[in-house]
Design a protein around this ligand. Sequence first.
Ligand code: GDP
Length: 313
Amino acid sequence: MDKDSKTLIFGGSGLLGSAVKRVLYTKGLENVLAPRSKEVNLLEKAEVKKYLNKEKPEYIFMTAGLVGGIVGNSTRPADFLYENSMMILNLLESAREVSPNSKILYTGSNCIYPKENPQPIKEGRLMAGKLEDTNKGYAVAKILGVVGCELYRKQYGLDVICAMPTNLYGLNDNYDLENGHMIAGLIKKFLLAKEKGKEIILWGTGNPIREALYSEDCADALVYLMENYSSDEIVNIGPGFHYSIKEFAEIIGREIGIDSKIKWDSSKPDGTFEKRTDIERLKSIYPDFKPRSFIEGLRNILSNEKEVKKILS
Ligand code: GDP
């Protein structure tokens, strides 16, 4: 990628897409397009096709999607299925019709692997077993997307690659307590306890194991793959460390400076017990990949006044 490469990000206002935008700007790219859904609605193929026909970007980062944490996913499974399926199919079909030379990077997710896995989870586990009930709609749609990329590469020769990020957090996250992801939810709950004296009620038992990858580290890996990788083999992206939800809560509580007692709401689901990502494939492609520690990422967020204000609003 050079500074004039026309690069399109779908989902550029979200957690990961906005991080990709920052990484591209840091690399000096000057021709980055990030249309909002008002401008290009990915659920409408005609709009996607028209836009690609006009712009014919050299690179496309497909980070758009309907996303949510465990409760959002389990209460709106049909919406997650429909929207995420349509978005990637509209993009692939439009690209092959009017912009077949665009290189496309599609982001799957490590939560689309089966419910039960030998840990850490290798890429070969895709479609190797039954899915987790709490996110079946999202997982089926994303699996369709990943397989779609493989098949459009095979039949039409599109240069499409797929990355599978683990649980993400970072600036510009979704801090909605019902629909957001775990790290964002925990940060918000501890900040609300500190600033407004609210009780800290976390979900499930606190025993499940999760990873936490800072959004810009994930974006850095995506940009590297875009520049250096072309294959139908999917690539996991993870931080190489993990904690239980209880441990995440302890770290966040300590950093925010509050040690109120946590209540665990067992009416909320635990979800998959353990999700750890095997990143051997990524390391073989990108040996210098160096994701930051959780403390470092957390401090970046907590020291950003604008972000903290947004979290508390
Ligand atoms: P998942 O990794 O796809 O399951 O989704 P999440 O990022 O939403 O993480 C869910 C895990 O964190 C489950 O074990 C939840 O019970 C637990 N958890 C604890 N408190 C919270 C919270 O406030 N928000 C969210 N989203 N999850 C929480």
